[in-house]
Design a protein. Structure first.
Length: 573
């Protein structure tokens, strides 16, 4: 436990004497695993909003292999936490959990178990035996006590339990899925969420989704984030990763970031396990996932889905099993771009409607139904105010590390009118450089703040890191100083305010590259100038088309400033 995290409180039996709020009932939350604690925190505030009659405490149960991180989440959320062994003395009126594997002490209070995913769709290791069990079903002891109730999101789940666990089937309540309702409410804000994640307009966001375990996407293809960033052009795609909370709990953030260090340097957006995964999923242009619930949520939202793994622990006859039969696969030998591009361009948003119909019912009603159930089990009348509305997820706050170096591949269509330069950039942290072909060129481009000096000293092109641009005079001074400091570079470029950029050559000339449409940024514009120089195309006055993607092309006017007008472009700053 981190030193700055206090242990759970040992609450006195007569603690109510000192309370400010006079509550009539006590609801205890079983905080056993990271994923189950997060799921309760995602929906509970909406259920008890504005009601002082219910006191809420979180009982921390440290017995799970996935309890690491639970106390951090609870304390960050400002929750009142007590040890698990204090439940008997507390005698709550209702115990709420999103972990089915709890073992509450004897008592006459009911136990309400919420799913921490979608239904009963996975076989998982059984902590009480060497075998496996159906995820989401509470243990026999609790079932036989008659105290447990399980919420479900679709009548099919009741029928599934009738066949596999008849005792559990009789303790189900159809509620719906509050998480899915929230995801659907946010669909109209996908573009805003992408911008919040640092994804420029016009770029596609690939969201990787991995459940936990050896058959998961991360278990099968741990290098897939880096592989996607290597294969997908930087000016067309961004990549984010949503990892199951069990992955964070079992391995820790440090190990995850160490494993994915190259991908993070290449711009991977690593989504934290609490809150932001929902807005990141809404923002996705395509989901590359596995047999986990997040992948199924993505399919039900109408997203294109590609499966990077699909374990045999998926339960036959469930919605996720149907998704496994329907979605295209991305195998280790496949070219990611050749699988993801068709999944995007040929996608029918209704492709997975029948899959969603197996998992979700009573859409938009889950919070209302769940609130009614909670108050009924508490023995309280519902508040007069209506249930909280279904809100869209909050905008995400995660942003990627800035990418500061690229391997750039360019090609020229000389016979086009005007001549066309196609630019494809890949982050140098994951890119592989191959030999140049007869129609193409490669070069290394680094921003001035690249930390790896081996790259900056080898770069053919150096960029000024000022996204908004700098005045032309300052750009000329920066170019001169940079070419002086890095004698191995061929070009130095800076974006200028108002659009376009100035590109300084080693011979003292400065080329002004001004797009006649949307500004693609200094990196692609400088790559165009580099290619014209290598291909022997005129540097100006001329117009050359720049293509950075299948649907993004802009004409660029080139004009050469003579050395005498640069203030000494190759001299010392």
């Amino acid at each position: 436990m981190p030193a700055d995290r206090p242990p759970p409180l040992a609450i006195r039996d007569d603690a109510a004497r000192w309370n400010t709020l006079r509550s009539e009932k006590t609801l205890a939350v079983a905080a056993r695993t990271l994923v189950s604690t997060i799921r309760v925190l995602e929906c509970l505030p909406s259920l008890l909003r504005g009601d002082s009659r219910v006191a809420v405490v979180f009982a921390y149960d440290p017995t799970s292999a996935f309890s690491e991180g639970v106390l951090d989440v609870l304390h960050d959320a400002g929750c009142r936490v007590l040890p698990w062994d204090r439940l008997t003395a507390l005698a709550p009126d209702l115990l709420l959990s999103a972990s089915e594997n709890i073992d509450p002490p004897q008592g006459d209070y009911p136990v309400l178990v919420l799913p921490h995913g979608v239904g009963f769709q996975k076989f998982v290791p059984d902590s009480r035996s060497p075998g496996t069990r159906l995820s989401g079903v509470v243990g026999d002891r609790l079932l036989k006590s008659g105290r447990a109730w399980l919420t479900i999101s679709h009548p099919h789940q009741h029928r599934q339990l009738q066949e596999s666990h008849p005792e559990a089937a009789e303790r189900t309540v159809l509620v719906g899925d509050p998480c899915f309702d929230e995801l659907r409410a946010g669909l109209g804000q996908a573009a805003r969420f992408r911008r919040a994640l640092g994804v420029p307009d016009g770029r596609r966001l690939v969201v990787l989704s991995s459940t936990w375990g050896s058959t998961s996407l991360l278990g099968r293809q741990p290098q897939l984030p880096a592989r996607l960033l290597e294969a997908l052009p930087y000016d067309e795609y961004r990549v984010a990763a949503i990892l199951h909370p069990h992955v964070w709990s079992a391995h820790g953030e440090w190990q995850i970031r160490t494993l994915q260090a190259a991908a993070l340097e290449a711009g991977l957006i690593l989504i934290p396990p609490f809150r932001e995964w929902r807005s990141a999923l809404v923002a996705a242009s395509v989901v590359v996932g596995d047999h986990g619930s997040v992948t199924l949520y993505g399919a039900a939202l109408g997203k294109p889905v590609v499966l990077g793994a699909f374990g045999g622990d998926a339960v036959p006859g469930t919605a996720v099993a149907a998704l496994g039969r329907r979605a295209p696969r991305l195998r280790t030998q496949d070219s990611p771009e050749r699988v993801i591009e068709p999944a995007l361009t040929r996608h029918d948003p209704h492709r997975y409607d029948d899959v969603a119909a197996l998992a979700f019912a009573e859409s938009g009603q889950a919070l209302t139904r769940l609130r009614a159930l909670v108050y009924d089990l508490l023995g309280l009348g519902e508040p007069a105010a209506p249930a909280a509305p279904v809100l869209a997820p909050a905008a995400p706050e995660s942003e990627p590390l800035p990418v500061t170096s690229w391997v750039v591949t360019t090609s020229v269509a000389r016979d086009a009118d005007p001549p066309t330069v196609e630019v494809r950039r890949h982050p140098a942290a994951v890119a592989r450089t191959e030999g140049e072909g007869p129609a193409g060129f490669h070069h290394l481009c680094c921003a001035e703040d690249e930390r790896d000096t081996r790259l900056t000293e080898s770069a053919s092109v150096l960029l000024c890191r000022e996204p908004g641009g700098i005045p032309a005079a300052a750009a000329l001074r920066w170019i001169a100083g940079t070419l002086s400091r890095f004698p191995g570079s061929l070009l130095a470029a800076a974006r200028i305010r108002g659009g376009g950029c100035l590109v300084g050559l080693r011979d003292g000339r400065v080329v002004e590259a001004a797009p006649t449409g949307p500004d693609p940024g200094a990196g692609p514009l400088t790559a165009l100038v580099y290619t014209c120089l290598r291909a022997g195309l005129p540097l100006g006055p001329a117009v050359v088309a720049l293509r950075t993607g299948a649907d993004r092309e802009v004409d660029v006017a080139l004009r050469v400033r003579p050395p005498s007008s640069t203030g000494g472009a190759t001299g010392a700053d």
